[in-house]
Design a protein around this ligand. Structure first.
Ligand SMILES: [Ca+2]
Length: 483
């Protein structure tokens, strides 16, 4: 059993030069990808590497591990072709452990990372267990990271199996990097306003190539909180996020507007210039889109959008914060002209008002407008901080289209449909020519024709009644145009 972090054996040490390429950091771990050494298969391209073995270049084997290199069992390395299984063959090494001694500078903050697949392993540096992110779990290859501040000029790295009886504790791609010295942090901010109760994604990046852990902090947690993306972590006043070792890496995170007022978000990272962005948390507002104004109701049902966003000339939609649900009340002022319904509730009857949740992480909802009659109706949408409305005109043109659609859908012969639609089209032509009398007269002919078809049992009473209702509505509207 390995007791302390430095065992009673001689450490085999080989340290990389720290003097080359000062522009960016070196990996202080040598052979961190386990690609180098004298590999001899003991089965399936796994090598049993016992305590004291020097087969794995630059690593001290404290307790037996297995060294896989292009193994036959379908497993692959995370980096290159080789990796280490801390549990050795099967689960034969419940405490498999590797160590390496690293040259470090006291007081310097480093970034550690390791790829792991399978069950948990413990990592310590200089005797201190690392608190790796994300929190440990079983699963496929995942990169775990932690910040580490050296306290000594020599730091022992230990990687150890802490899950006895399991068969897969693979590790690969072990990196300890000095902080970068090149470049600044950059916050790519779409807009410096965030709606109260809403969230905005901001992308953190840097000029340079080194991996770095960035500390982000809200200057006033009562105004704004932070959260990483892709996790259900609670909103907090500060988070640490990692920018990976790649010049093109961008790391998104979310700023959540909590209450109105100014707030700064400060990003700091060891060895880099910090950056501060000022934000203003403003009231969330709504916008009704796709209805009203120059868009009269198109009938028989018009789907429209309610967007949630912030108050600025461009109206930037923003997502609802993950810790909020935003309830929007949508209503109409005259159900004789139009009703509404939740577009997601397919069978719901249209009604005078709908209360609908915009769930966390969403920026819009769909509502349907269902014309009832020709005329004008106001559609309202409201949240506690904001009310908007649009006036919707239900006009004859679309009602004609409604009639054509009804004819199309009715159980009629092809010739009957053709004749009835031709009557409607002629009525539309007259309407467009401002010949309101001609248009009305043709609707009258249409109704007479329907009555005849019904009396001779060529169409059912229900179809006849529906078509006559619409035609009467059009006729009424033509005789009584809205001002
Ligand atoms: Ca490897």
């Amino acid at each position: 059993m390995p007791g302390g972090l430095v065992g009673p054996f001689t450490l085999i040490v080989l340290v990389a030069s720290l003097t080359t390429f000062p522009a960016h950091a070196q990996n202080l771990v040598t052979n961190g990808s386990f690609e180098e050494g004298t590999h001899v298969s003991d089965g399936c391209n796994y090598m049993r590497v016992g305590a004291g073995s020097v087969a794995l270049t630059d690593w001290t084997v404290v307790s037996e591990v297995a060294w896989g290199k292009n193994p036959c069992d379908g497993f692959t390395a995370s980096d290159g072709v080789a990796f280490v299984d801390l549990s050795s063959f099967g689960s034969q090494s419940p405490n498999g452990e590797l160590q390496q001694s690293l040259d470090t500078t006291p007081g310097t903050e480093y970034v550690f990372s390791i790829d792991r697949q399978g069950s948990n392993a413990a990592v310590s540096l200089g005797g201190s267990p690392l608190d790796l992110t994300p929190s440990s779990s079983s699963g496929p290859w995942t990169t775990y990271t932690a910040a580490f501040t050296a306290t000594s000029s020599t730091t022992i790295l230990s990687i150890r199996n802490v899950t006895p009886l399991v068969q897969v504790v693979f590790v690969d791609n072990v990196v300890l990097e000095a902080p970068g010295s090149d470049g600044d942090l950059i916050l790519n901010v779409p807009i410096n306003k965030i709606g109260e109760g809403l969230q905005q994604q901001v992308v953190l990046s840097r000029v340079g190539v080194d991996a770095v852990i960035v500390h982000l902090e809200s200057s006033d947690p009562s105004k704004a909180l932070l959260a990483p993306v892709g996790h259900n972590a609670p909103l907090t006043s500060s988070i640490d996020v990692r920018i990976n070792r790649n010049v093109d890496q961008f790391t998104p995170f979310f700023i959540h507007g909590i209450s109105q007022g100014p707030v700064d978000i400060v990003a700091t990272a060891p060895g880099l210039n910090s950056v501060t962005e000022s934000f203003t948390i403003v009231p969330a507002v709504l916008v009704i889109s796709g209805l009203g104004g120059q868009q009269p109701a198109q009938g028989p049902e018009d789907q429209f959008l309610i967007l949630v966003g912030i108050n600025n000339p461009e109206f930037n939609p923003q997502f609802v914060s993950r810790q909020h649900s935003l309830f929007v009340l949508v209503s109409v002022d005259d159900v004789n002209i139009g009703k509404i319904r939740d577009s997601d509730a397919k069978k719901g009857s249209p009604t005078s008002s709908v209360s609908k949740e915009i769930p966390p992480g969403v920026e819009l909802i769909f509502i349907s407008f269902v014309p009832q009659n020709l005329g004008e109706v106001i559609v309202f949408a409201e949240i506690p901080s904001n009310v908007v409305d649009v006036t919707v005109a239900v006009v004859p043109g679309p009602a004609f289209q409604l009639l054509i659609d009804e004819i199309d859908d009715a159980n009629l012969t092809r010739n009957q449909k053709k004749y009835l639609i031709s009557l409607v089209l002629r009525s539309i032509d007259s309407f467009r020519d401002n010949d309101i009398d001609g248009s009305t007269r043709r609707m009258g002919i249409f109704i007479k024709r329907i009555n005849t078809l019904e009396k001779t049992n060529k169409i059912s009473s229900s179809v006849a009644n529906r078509l006559i209702d619409i035609a009467n509505t059009i006729g009424f509207a033509l005789a009584n145009p809205p001002d």
